[in-house]
Design a binder for this molecule. Sequence first.
Ligand code: CP
Length: 308
Amino acid sequence: MHEHVLSMHDLTADDVTRILDTAESFRKVGTRVIKKVPALRGRTVVNFFLENSTRTRISFELAAKRLSADVINFSASGSSVSKGESLKDTALTLQAMGADAIVIRHSSSGSPLQLTRWVDAHILNAGDGTHEHPTQGLLDLYTMREKLGRLEGLRVAIVGDVLHSRVARSLSFGLVKMGADVTLVGPPTLIPPDAPVWGVHVSYDIDAVLPKLDVCYLLRVQTERQRLEFFPSVREYARFFGLTRRRVELMPQDALIMHPGPMNRGVEIDSDVADLPSAVIEDQVTNGIAIRMALLYLLLGATKEDPG
Ligand code: CP
């Protein structure tokens, strides 16, 4: 394992398998009445979120608490960041207080890497700008492997606003690494020009792709990151790329529907589609806790003993 978790790009296929296998043990811990193990007793984990989050922030907090670590939650509002304190001074302050790991979400791509140059603590990227969201990618890989029994050879479409999506980057890199067949689908304006270098296919026609899929992974339309008009209207986007009941009928019966959340119901996914049994969106959230426990454990507390 590396010293930090900055990107899926840094991980080998063996690293990914080790993380998913470790998460498997922690998934079992999450089904017990007492969902806690002493693995990180005495260690301090700081959740440093300078951008909004529900799933990632809460699941890192739960993961650290289930490992018995001391947890500090830290955001811009209510801290000296709102008075203009720099990222470097804030990070040095957290280090001076004994942080063993810092989980950071930031709107600027590369902030987690920058943090590694200033502090000795392990850094975990919880989403940096439009760069990467490796823990989301890992929990998605875990969910696909759990539900479909393998990653190699899986046919996965990642649909929507790929250009602005750190999730799409991490997931594409992870899937390609593990031998899956990935197609990015969306309007040409929302597909990154360097997508072919990622080792993926590109399509602008969702109806043609759906019948061949094991997983249809929908992305949120990120209006907050779009500084230009990338499509004429939200209604037109939904008509051409939204997953409707009619489109679900085109998919193989056992294919999964996934979404990282938060969803725009009625835009990239119809509300009734999000509630179908084949939509495993809540399982993704549950698996996120196990993945984050595995990462914290492998970085801060791994011994030869089985964690379960
Ligand atoms: N998937 C994801 O990153 O969700 P949050 O923004 O709620 O953390």
